[in-house]
Design a binder for this molecule. Sequence first.
Ligand code: DOR
Ligand code: ZN
Length: 405
Amino acid sequence: MLVVKNAKLIVQGKPVLRHILIENGKIHNIVKSLPDKKIRIVDAQKNFVIPGMIDCHVHLRDMNLFHKEDFLTGTKAAAAGGVTTVLDMPNSDPQTITLHALAQKRIVAKKAIVNYGFHFGCTPESDHHELKKVKNIASTKVYMNASTGNMGIEDTTLIKIIFENSRMLSVHAESEKVPVALSLAKKTKKRVYLCHLSLQEEVEYVRTYKKKYPQQEVFAEVCPHHLFLTEKDVQHLKGLGMMKPSLKTKQDQDALWKGIYDGTIDTIGSDHAPHTLSEKNDIACCPFGVPGLETTLPLLLDAVNQGKISLTHVVQLTSRNPAKIFGIKNKGYLKPRYDADIVILDMQKKKRIENKKLYTKCKWSPFAGKTLQGWPILTLVKGKIIYQDGLLFETPAEEIHYDQL
Ligand code: DOR
Ligand code: ZN
């Protein structure tokens, strides 16, 4: 048995000190006094302890895009960033649009050191019958706007067929595509996860829609770059500030925060989309996307320290809601019988984001040079320490499973 002792947990809005007993990768119990049994101990030293982040939106590349990132380097970045589960997007090379391609990806993903799952994809050319046959995926991802990987679909009739043949949808829909996606959700009675909202008009549309159709399950994600950068930052970041959706105005950013505060926004996902520095510095054909796995939670913890958001709300957006939305079994809470995916935070620790110290293969961040207060100092995946004070322990992890929602 392993015990995380002196863990500060928030119970009913109040911090309490407890010991978390872990057995066979699961939380066995959470207690006030230490058991006498022979045990291994990790001392949380009265630091906050939270369920690891579940990042619903990452691009781990690998295979033919191995030079940008692979499942080992990407999940090392995750471990250092307090992320214990990742959901990988299908715009890889090969694209995850056939059962065969998914099987191939499952093989390369075996080197991941955090829990992982997959979104399945489709293109105008792909066989939508595969959607009915595919097993154990988080969702079908539909690109309604052009983006990296050429998976954009224009034809609304085809998108409707894709919706009908899927259990759950994740959608890249910008601006006027948001109403189109939500009207299809309603027509087909499907659950829809809207990726990376970035505009005020999108948040307002979703807010009104959720009020009008409370029975319709619609969820919205925002990304750290839209919460902490604006279009003004593109002046100095140049290619490193280019992603889809693009950085927006301060007014849009304020609308995203408002959406977080009033519950219109359900999750924060990194949209970790690594490209090499030389690719990004080629302004003539700069690919879109920024890495984010190891900076998303620290940026949010820094915002907690600044009084911008509560730690409980951060946990809800990064762990509890992702588990609920995608029906990820036994995750999102620190409770008995739940997986021991646990992160210890040092809310006092100040650290500067430095490119050369990052674990992502691309070795850069749009936030490089920023000093943040509040960092993960220890990450456990199913009861195994994979990250502690800057050191990584490469233990292979497993694919996650979903409840039938
Ligand atoms: O900026 C982006 N990069 N947006 C996307 O939708 C895809 C991603 C990528 O894979 O590089
Ligand atoms: Zn993405």
